[in-house]
Design a protein around this ligand. Structure first.
Ligand code: ATP
Ligand code: MG
Length: 174
């Protein structure tokens, strides 16, 4: 069994970061591990993955904590509040010591926008329960996060169907 929890990062501008993290969650749950997923950007609709998580019973918990809006200035306070709420929840879940894997999906954006500091995130990760695996996703993961990680995969876009005008395909994007 693992003696040390790992920090995995899926970053880059290509598609596949969130779905890679959910793939890890599914694999972990299949092995009887308990997983908590916290998403820092909330969509307007329930996604396929949020419905699929229900099939895993109490092996996977999922929380979405964004506002549903993007990062436009007029919504900034709402966004800040949602991020703080999400981060407070993440801290509670990390400290609870009741999970084997915690996924912080799209966590790079609040860091890039200066709402969360990388050092705040890292000090929590450093102090986490020893065997807890952490997965971080989002574009442009910064140097500090990368330095702290055990594995970093960059999704690089070679081709994407949005250039053909296909933007949000059920089962592919949501
Ligand atoms: P997925 O959730 O499919 O694993 P992701 O987490 O890597 O993708 P995000 O950056 O979170 O990608 O973007 C969410 C969605 O936006 C993706 O499902 C997706 O197909 C779409 N997307 C990703 N890259 C691009 C792009 N370069 N241009 C337009 N849409 C994109
Ligand atoms: Mg994503």
């Amino acid at each position: 069994m693992n003696k040390k929890g790992l920090i995995l990062i899926y970053t880059g501008n290509g598609k596949g970061k969130t779905t890679a993290a959910f793939g890890q969650a599914m694999r972990a749950a299949g092995n009887g591990l308990k997983v908590c997923i916290i998403q820092f950007i909330k969509g307007k609709w329930r996604t396929g993955e949020s419905r699929a998580v229900d099939f895993f019973g109490d092996r996977i918990e999922l929380y979405t904590t964004g506002t549903g809006f993007t990062w436009e200035a007029e919504n900034r306070q709402q966004v800040i509040d949602a991020v703080r709420k999400g981060w407070d929840l993440a801290v509670d879940k990390i400290r609870s010591d009741s999970f084997d894997m915690i996924i912080l999906d799209e966590i790079t954006y609040p860091i890039l926008y200066g709402i969360l500091s990388a050092s705040e995130v890292l000090s929590e990760l450093t102090a986490r329960p020893k065997k807890l695996h952490i997965i971080l996703t989002g574009r442009d993961a910064g140097e500090e996060l990368i330095a702290a990680a055990d594995l970093v995969t960059e999704m690089r876009e070679i081709k994407h169907h949005y250039t053909e005008g296909i933007t949000a395909e059920k089962g592919i994007e949501y």
